[in-house]
Ligand binder design. Structure first.
Ligand SMILES: [Zn+2]
Ligand SMILES: [Zn+2]
Length: 346
């Protein structure tokens, strides 16, 4: 098979021809039809992820067709159209038994713990609990775009934040994660305030359902601006960027007993941000994380997509081929395209 491979961190990846993968007894091999390019892939390539062993094939936002099935797999057949969450569970640890595969003790993460989907084929472990069937109406590029940013936002807004109709939801950062969260929070009936420093992104945020916006570069205090708009503070607030400043603002703009959900990653020197802990105590705030979403929770999200309440296809940007993915991956710190860039030719 053709695959994008890097032999050293930060060294130019290359297209290589590798033997086709064979399925584990509990796994499948998926013929990759689409795979998203994500900043997490860039972090991995830079050497920021301790799970990665070299040489490595990146890629974790995938959709495709089951090509081969291991002998112990009972739920899937060759030809099934599927996707996977970026964190797969083992199915046999306490977290998986409790239904929380997204925090499994021995996670399978294509493109991190194992070779990923910047390739014509990818092996997926524990297929019976990690694969998700795609509705016929959902195209592969849109399906691939769900696997990381969209599902993490869905879990953040719906399952962790428990945002509901009439509540105020603040979303700090209007990149892929933030725009997904805005669409989802709006769909569940919440009133969304979008916060960013880019007017272009704030305009997109309003198109996707935000009822108010704050340009963080134009106000003295982001938290005070949000508290004023929401008449007392957000019920649920997300740091969708992953930065000490947005994390601090997101907690500071909550109303009493509000929930902060940290969605943006905080790698390296940002990993221990300052928290207004006296406010957390006095106002009984909750601080939560969101780390992907279990395969068994995809059903609710897919129903909302099929009924038109969610339109993730609006967040799909450029479509490229496998060769072009190398340039996009390695320049991710310098160029941030609008929407999710998806590889659709292999
Ligand atoms: Zn991703
Ligand atoms: Zn597990």
């Amino acid at each position: 098979m053709k695959a994008v491979v890097y032999e050293a961190f930060s060294a130019p990846p290359q297209i290589q021809h590798l033997p086709d993968p064979t399925p584990e007894t509990h796994g499948v091999v998926v013929k990759v039809m689409a795979t998203g390019v994500c900043r997490s892939d860039w972090h991995g390539w830079m050497g920021h992820d301790p799970d990665i062993r070299l040489p490595h094939v990146p890629g974790h936002e995938l959709a495709g067709i089951v090509e081969a099935v291991g002998k112990d797999v009972t739920q899937w057949r060759v030809g099934d159209r599927v996707t996977v969450p970026f964190v797969g569970g083992c199915g046999s640890c306490p977290e998986c038994y409790s239904g929380n595969h997204q925090v499994c003790d021995s996670q399978f993460q294509p493109g991190f713990t194992h070779w990923g989907s910047f390739a014509q084929y990818v092996g997926i472990h524990h297929a019976d609990i990690n694969l998700v069937a795609l509705p016929e109406t959902l195209d592969f590029a849109t399906a691939a775009s769900l696997g990381c940013r969209f599902v993490t936002s869905f879990r953040a807004v719906v399952d962790q934040g428990k945002a509901s109709a009439g509540q105020w939801v603040a979303v700090h950062g209007c990149g892929g994660v933030g725009l997904s969260a805005i669409m989802i929070a709006n769909a569940v009936g919440a009133n969304v305030v979008a916060i960013d420093i880019s007017e272009d992104k704030l305009e997109l945020a309003r198109e996707l359902g935000a009822v108010a916006s704050v340009n963080a570069s134009e106000v003295a205090s982001v938290a005070e601006a949000v508290i004023e708009i929401t008449r007392g503070g957000a019920h649920v607030s997300l740091d969708a960027l992953g930065h000490p400043a947005t994390c601090f603002n997101s907690i500071s703009n909550l109303r009493k007993r509000g929930k902060h959900v940290q969605v943006g990653l905080m790698p390296a020197d940002h990993s221990t941000p300052a928290i207004p802990m006296s406010k957390v105590i006095a106002h009984e705030l909750e601080i939560l994380g969101s780390h992907g979403m279990q395969a068994h929770r995809y059903g609710a999200m897919l129903e909302m997509i099929q009924t038109g309440k969610l339109s993730p296809e609006k967040l799909v940007g450029q479509r490229i081929d496998l060769e072009q993915s190398i340039e996009v991956l390695t320049s991710m710190d310098r160029f941030q395209g609008v929407g999710v860039t998806v590889v659709t030719e292999f």
